[in-house]
Design a protein around this ligand. Sequence first.
Ligand code: PA5
Length: 440
Amino acid sequence: MIKLDLSNVLTEVIGKKGLNFYEIEQNAKKAITLLNEKKYSELDFLNLPYQDLKKVKEIGERAREYEHFIILGIGGSALGPRVILESLSPFHNLTKKPKVFIYDNVDPTTLKHIIEIIDLKRTLINVISKSGSTSETLASFLILWRMIRDKKLKVNEHFVFTTDPEKGNLKRLAEEYEIPALEIPKNVVGRYSVLSPVGLLLAEAIGIKSESILEGAKEVSDRAFKENLPENPMAFLASCLYLMDTLKERKIVVFLPYSDRLKTLSEWFCQLWAESLGKEGKGTTPYPSLGTTDQHSQLQLWMEGPEDKVILFMAVEQHNFQEEIPEEFHDIEGLRFLGGHTLEELINTEQLATEMALWMNKKPNMKIIIPKINPFIIGQIFQFLQVTTTMAGLLYGVNPFNQPGVELGKRLTYGAMGKRGFETEGEEVKNYLKKQKFYI
Ligand code: PA5
């Protein structure tokens, strides 16, 4: 099990900027009680570790025969797969097949480059959209659909949909064109869906056993409702981050893993945290970071800038590469002292030194400790952070599973792009543009 070290947010460790342990415990207990009320059906993400993997494995096996595997999706339908790819198969495209492209934006140039690289005849395209109505995903789908058709290729050999089991455009097209479709369970929402076929098909496609990811997640699912606090570190983390905001006005959470392989985990976590909690004037701003890189970019601000942050480290105990740094240049101290150590020692020492420096400056920080990076641990991390975020939402009293704030922008895009039923929004866009011109 991954571990949580919360010493450096306690009053007895960092003085008055810290939190009282009793208060942390009380709020952790409250978070567990609220979770046990099972107010939201969307808590179904906790059951994903128990899903039947037969279909994902079948399609995954087929996917491994292709040269290229493209994911079209955005937000929760893209960030999770990206973490799986980059944490479990780094530099994948340079050494392995199928080569994977995750197209999660509508940047025309990116798609142009992907199209130039791939051979459509040997490409499987996984369109991921829970709603089946996301403009960005559907636009790129339409382009690739037309290309597949123009080449007289069979659509059901080149597309796989991952979508809602009951409704939406993709569901409809899957039935009409007999396109293989994987289901995102009805009550699982986008940013909590990585442990569904959203992430697992990619895992299988790149040769990662999806059951290992789920095994790790299962351990966390099983602990989420436990009232015995030491068994439920997610409740502690949710409680600390919640109290750091509400009692200490620390409105920024810096997520800081010490591994390149976890860089995209930072992005995934930030989406999860921001979209789940930022509502009704509540929530804190997550900042996606990376150690040691950001020690040379952000650390100055964290040490001496405004007192508005909590740093959440993620330390990796073992990094899989024990090569020693050679002992050379004995007469140059700046080089000599590194000799005989390993890069693992150095990255872990830098993590420790940064944590200590923050502690010495009485800056609140916490640490998630993982033994190594493998499918089992990645499954644990996903579920650990999903449960933590849900519990934080329950403490704030907001619904962690909706995102009402993104609807308006979507409607204005529909209006501007001429979608029927959004004529008023279309007019509003025109008026806005007229008004703006005056000041430019
Ligand atoms: O977390 C969410 O629900 C969102 O970020 C969605 O994942 C994102 O908007 C994409 O939605 P969909 O999967 O319906 O295309």
